[in-house]
Design a protein around this ligand. Structure first.
Ligand code: ADP
Ligand code: MG
Length: 463
């Protein structure tokens, strides 16, 4: 087979296998540029640096698998930004997501003209935090695409990326971006309802009790844009999922935008109904990564600037070094240092910053094996007795291995103690599990996110 033909076949398979938004955004128009038979590398031209970044990193394994299957042996891919000779250049200005959303929106009527919305029910609206805006969101390279995608959704709701699902660890700005979208939509006269999923659930329970489910439905279904935060909490709650599914379908049918945030990828929400999961998968799923050191410094700078302060560089670096994976923690430390400075009327210097930071030590040894079992079981949607029991389904085996790995990482327990806690397993089994997971973490992005989320959960309430 000629390399060009192999690429064409792989391209059409990718169109089927990836969700539409991903394909349109990253791959549509990608061109075969050449094949190096010695190294087995396909060179592919893509529209812009965003697509190259996405394909080279996050989608790489999917694309390589399909390409290798077609070619008949394992190949590698190399993506380059490529402009076909006759390309028009007026599309340069806007970043990709916004451009595509704009084009899609231009082909359809504006959202609020498409469908008459039901009369506004007389129910309280969710408040938005005025500080959570796009302007106040500091982007690093990894989050830039997610930011642009959120902005595209805000500017052109329900045109292309619907639903839009944002996921990422605790304190990385999911709520911040969701509310930023809501602000823009409201400014443009759209009815945006922002709601944490627990409030949705409580509302539903109240409505059932007070027999006002019709009103409940009207409220949510009257939104132009519905933003539901922390949807991981509705996983496992059957009647909430049922109601949410119907709300979702109604809004979707009437061309309304749905935006969701979750602490993990939907495929990792084990107790989520499949029909909801596949609904979520039908749109665009983007993640938020922890900010790097430079970004943490930039965020601290912004906060200091907003308060008319200058943060000495050494203090900023010390704070940024302490809160590595969580902007909320960064904010907590920053606020505490500022408050202490103001109360004590002392100068904002390293000494006093260090004093505050000393209060932030994490007592890691307080994590017990019981807690690891509990968190691991809950995260995988199994019970602790299944986790410690004899059954060896693939799911249970993996959950067990992850649990043992976590136990080794976050508790002081010895290998035999861990084996004992996991149902009397040999310490060699524990060691094998720890090594296996450590190795898998190197290459398995989803696993890494999952383990990070569980670690955060284990430490919650302990700081
Ligand atoms: P999540 O919902 O992902 O747990 P939040 O959106 O609540 O996180 O963010 C926690 C805090 O950190 C908020 O005060 C938010 O404004 C701030 N924050 C998070 N990421 C950023 C960022 N990239 N730039 C500026 N502030 C951020
Ligand atoms: Mg949040």
């Amino acid at each position: 087979m000629k390399p060009q033909d192999a690429w064409n076949i792989a391209y059409s398979q990718l169109e089927i296998q990836l969700d539409r938004a991903s394909f349109d955004t990253w791959l549509r128009g990608a061109t075969f540029l050449g094949f190096d038979a010695d190294s087995g590398v396909f060179k592919v031209g893509v529209a812009n640096p965003y697509a190259r970044e996405m394909l080279q990193h996050r989608l790489y394994r999917d694309v390589r698998r399909i390409m290798s299957d077609v070619w008949g042996s394992r190949v590698e891919l190399c993506f380059e930004v490529y402009k076909p000779p006759a390309a028009d250049s007026d599309s340069e200005e806007l970043p990709l997501f916004r451009l595509l959303a704009k084009q899609a929106a231009a082909e359809a009527e504006p959202l609020h003209q498409k469908v008459a919305r039901p009369a506004r029910p007389d129910l309280p609206e969710s408040e938005l935090n005025p500080r959570l805006t796009f302007k106040r969101f500091v982007c690093n390279a990894a989050n830039r695409m997610t930011y642009e995608a959120a902005l595209a959704v805000a500017e052109h709701p329900a045109s292309l990326y619907n639903p839009f699902l944002l996921y990422g660890g605790v304190g990385l700005g999911k709520t911040h971006l969701l509310q930023s979208v809501a602000h823009i939509c409201r400014e443009r006269g759209l009815r945006a309802i922002y709601i944490p999923s627990e409030v949705f659930t409580n509302d539903l329970v109240d409505a059932i009790r007070q027999k006002t489910t019709a009103m409940f439905r009207d409220k949510y279904r009257s939104a132009d844009v519905l933003l539901v935060d922390d949807i991981q909490f509705i996983a496992g709650k059957e009647s909430t999922q049922e109601e949410f599914f119907h709300t979702f379908n109604t809004l979707y049918t009437f061309n309304k935008q749905i935006v969701l945030a979750s602490d993990r990828h939907p495929s990792q929400l084990h107790t989520l109904e499949d029909r909801l999961r596949s609904r979520f998968g039908g749109g665009l799923i983007m993640d938020l990564q922890p900010p790097e050191f430079e970004t943490r410094l930039a965020i601290l700078d912004m906060w200091a600037h907003e308060r008319g302060l200058t943060l000495p560089r050494s203090v900023a670096e010390t704070i940024a070094n302490r809160a590595r994976t969580n902007v909320r923690e960064l904010e907590g430390i920053f606020n505490q240092i500022i408050a202490t400075t103001q109360l004590s009327k002392r100068a904002l210097n390293m000494d006093m910053a260090q004093g505050v930071l000393d209060g932030y030590r994490r007592p890691r040894h307080h994590v017990t094996l019981a807690r690891v079992l509990d968190v691991t079981a809950r995260y995988h949607g199994v019970s602790v007795s299944e986790l410690t029991g004899p059954r060896r389904t693939q799911k249970l085996t993996q959950a067990r291995q992850i649990g043992m790995y976590l136990a080794r990482e976050v508790t002081q327990a010895s290998l035999p103690q861990i084996g004992e806690a996991f149902g009397g397993r040999a310490h060699s089994t524990v060691l094998h599990s720890c090594n296996k997971i450590a190795e898998d973490l190197e290459s398995d992005e989803l696993l890494r996110r999952g383990v990070e989320a569980m670690q955060k959960e284990l430490f919650t309430g302990l700081d």
